[in-house]
Ligand binder design. Structure first.
Ligand code: EQ3
Length: 319
């Protein structure tokens, strides 16, 4: 049997419930720039009543430091202008520098700006700002999401900011500093219903931040599809992605289903919880992994999906 990445993308699609996140992001994108910045501030402070991100630490801030110092020295209106340009993805020197940052550096940059806003050193909301009705709609929609989905909306908003030049591709970025784990992640994995070595070894390698071992489990033309993104194809590209975005994750798969096909390939769906080092044990994201394992036991494809609700953790069979 021959499979392609395109055909692999649709495995177990009849068990999936569409996530509300893309629709909320589409609504968010339609807001004016001041509305978007204000909304992020309100959503962040609202979430901050129950959860707050972990401080990024000096190593992670090293790439953002120069930009942050430049912004700190600006008058309020200049600071606001920079934030607008970032949100508008304008082609300005600051917006280009930001575009070069890795996802984690972008998060660290906004974390620091957020701290300055809390201290009153940077204005969080434009002077004279009047909330539009659209902001309330999006804010209410965000409030109804669980914490794992809320932080995904915030993360996606931050990642989409800045000028996206071709030169800012991940090959041109400096190596990402390692996230130090406060507590080691689970190292011996068991998944109810799934015994497949490639899947168990994948989770164990990821939990040890051993991306070399994780990538060796893939076929050379294998692909990984992160939530709401296109597949990343080939071991080298996957390894680079993992180094930048998967450090310090705690993966706690719980249960799964395995279907063996006539040619010996396997389609496996696993559901469970993932924690990001940004929020530690305080926020669990409900996710699914959909694996296509070739007859030789290598991963040809894995998609990672954000689940629409905790009930979906048990949604393993076609409806
Ligand atoms: C200051 C403020 C509030 C206002 C201003 O107007 C604008 C902005 C932007 C502001 C600041 C916002 C801030 C500070 C936001 C911070 C958000 C953070 C820290 C969000 C972090 C989110 C992390 C997430 C959602 C991580 C998810 C990771 C997942 C699902 C990993 C999945 C993976 C698995 C399971 C694999 O098997 C393979 C790898 C992969 C990474 C895909």
């Amino acid at each position: 049997m021959t499979y392609t990445i395109e055909s692999a993308q649709s495995i177990f699609s009849n068990t999936q419930i569409p996530s509300q996140i893309p629709a909320i992001i589409a609504l968010f994108d339609q807001l004016s720039v001041d509305d978007r910045l204000a909304l992020l501030w309100y959503a962040y402070t609202e979430m901050g009543k129950t959860i707050t991100p972990a401080a990024p630490g000096a190593a992670r801030l090293q790439f953002a430091e120069r930009l942050l110092n430049e912004i700190k020295q600006m008058p309020n209106e200049g600071q606001m202008q920079v934030m607008r340009e970032l949100a508008l993805r304008s082609d300005t020197p600051i917006s280009r520098t930001y575009g070069y940052f890795s996802v984690n550096t972008k998060l660290a940059f906004w974390y620091e700006l957020g701290e300055l806003m809390k201290q009153g050193l940077v204005t969080p909301v434009p002077t004279g700002y009047q909330m539009s009705p659209g902001v309330e709609v999006v804010l209410e929609a965000i409030k109804k999401l669980d914490a794992g989905q809320q932080i995904t909306v915030l993360r996606n908003a931050v990642v989409d900011m800045g000028y996206d030049s071709d030169a800012a591709s991940s090959e041109n970025r400096a190596a990402e500093p390692m996230f130090k784990r406060a507590v080691p992640a689970p190292s011996k994995i068991t998944i109810a219903g799934v015994m497949e070595p490639a899947v168990l070894n994948y989770v164990e390698a990821m939990n040890a931040d051993n991306f070399k071992a994780a990538v060796e489990l893939f076929t050379s033309d294998g692909a990984l599809q992160p939530p709401f993104q296109k597949p990343i194809v080939g071991r080298e590209a996957i390894a680079k992605y993992m180094q930048e975005e998967a450090q310090g994750l705690n993966m706690m798969p719980q249960q799964g289903i395995c279907e063996t096909k006539a040619d010996g390939s396997k389609q496996i769906k696993v559901t469970g919880v993932v924690q990001t080092p940004w929020f530690g044990v305080n926020v669990g994201m409900n996710i699914a992994w959909r694996f296509l394992i070739n007859p030789q036991g290598k991963i040809f494809f894995v998609a990672i999906d954000m689940l629409a609700s905790p009930q979906e953790l048990l949604n393993l069979r076609p409806r």
